[in-house]
Ligand binder design. Structure first.
Ligand SMILES: Cc1ncc(COP(=O)(O)O)c(C=O)c1O
Length: 385
């Protein structure tokens, strides 16, 4: 039989995040700080709105790009929170931010086009670029730069094939953000080299130090930016699978074609629930954010006590401590920790080779769980020094 698979799919590795969690599920008494999703239930009034839409028989497809009223609410939200004015028709509702990333890359890339991807970063940008025929070009971010992308690093990575820059801030896994001055310097380089930006702002609401600024709000950048956001993180709605992209209509129109043929429309029930989230969810976001911030501060303090040096995360819900001083690779450390102390955390290398020497700890867990896990990590460190 001939090979049923494409060469490109065979060259792509499965995500390194899941590996550990399959082991954890089989272990009794194991504790995980690994998964990147809120531990809160979706706020009740948002769930209720989804249920109500079902009761009313709203069980049909919506228009391909999404419910008009949801696009209007997103447009209002982006004006209110980021001061960017989007026509609702320049917004497309997607199956999570994940789909938005995929279809943006597929709509914009020709074979051989280069996509600049700052790492460590979320796991989907590289494979989605490859699946779209593009060539990922990695920019390694460093702890000494607070894991920020600098204009100099960007400039150095550009070739005449570069088309898109991925801006993954607030960052998963480092918790780094970019401030206005960082973005202004980056915007100059983007303009000079005629690039486009895929700005993944899924953690924008979860910024604890400084404020989140979207690059699309800077002069001349809206025309070059696909802004991606969604409901998973800020509203604790991961399972509802809802996100969106906002951008120049020439790009959004083509993304809509892919979405139309591959997906049809995002889940209808989720779209009704999301309208409620945007109309009346600000206090929920605030409450959850305060709780993450409390855990962030607790975790940082405790990491210090057990001897794990950690860059201060500004946003998202991850800490990225260094384990370089223990003379083990990230994989070895994470595997031994799991086997000896039954604590699962993700090796930094799951987010790119430059994550070597780091671990990603999610603090979207209760303080009680964090305490138990940190005690065990502390014991583990004592046993290896
Ligand atoms: C940086 C980042 N972008 C996008 C996503 C995708 O989220 P969703 O598809 O649930 O919106 C995630 C999920 O972990 C993420 O961490």
């Amino acid at each position: 039989m001939r090979d049923p698979l494409s060469k490109v799919i065979q060259s792509i590795q499965p995500s390194g995040i899941r590996k550990f969690f399959d082991i954890v599920n089989e272990m009794t008494d194991a504790i995980s700080l690994g998964v990147g999703e809120p531990d809160f239930d979706t706020p009740w009034h948002i769930r209720e709105e989804g249920i109500y839409s079902l009761e009313q028989g709203k069980t049909f497809y919506t228009s391909n790009a999404g419910l008009k009223e949801l696009k209007v609410e997103i447009s209002r939200y982006l004006k209110r929170r980021q001061n960017i004015v989007y026509d609702p028709d320049d917004i497309i509702i997607t199956v999570g931010g994940s789909e938005a990333i995929d279809i943006a890359l597929r709509a914009m890339l020709d074979p051989g086009d280069e996509v600049l991807i700052p790492q460590p970063c979320y796991v989907s940008y590289v494979p989605c670029t490859e699946l779209a025929g593009g060539v990922p070009v990695i920019i390694e971010l460093k702890e000494e730069d607070e894991f920020r992308l600098t204009a100099e690093k960007l400039e150095a990575a550009i070739t005449d094939k570069t088309k898109i820059l991925v801006l993954p801030f607030p960052n998963n896994p480092t918790g780094a953000i970019l401030e206005r001055s960082d973005l202004e310097a980056i915007a100059k380089v983007v303009e000079k080299h005629d690039l486009f930006i895929l700005s993944d702002e899924i953690y924008s609401e979860l910024t604890y130090l400084g404020e989140h600024v979207s690059i699309a709000s800077l002069p001349g950048m809206k025309e070059r930016t696909i802004l991606i956001n969604g409901f998973s993180k800020a509203y604790a709605m991961t399972g509802w699978r809802l996100g969106y992209a906002a951008g120049p209509s020439v790009i959004i129109k083509q993304m809509l074609k892919i979405h139309q043929y591959a997906i049809m429309c995002a889940p209808t029930t989720s779209q009704y629930a999301a309208v409620e989230a945007l109309r009346a969810g600000d206090n929920d976001v605030k409450r959850m954010k305060e709780s993450y911030d409390q855990r962030r501060r607790f975790l940082l303090e405790e990491l210090g006590k057990i001897g794990l040096d950690c860059f201060t995360p500004y946003g998202a819900f991850y800490a990225f401590p260094s384990i370089k001083k223990f003379g083990m690779t990230s994989d070895e450390f994470a595997e031994k920790l799991l086997m000896e102390q039954k604590v699962a955390i993700v090796p930094g290398t799951a987010f790119g080779a430059c994550g070597e020497g780091f671990l990603r700890i999610s603090y979207a867990y209760s303080i009680e769980d964090l305490k138990v896990a940190l005690d065990r990590i502390g014991e583990f460190i004592e046993s290896i020094i």
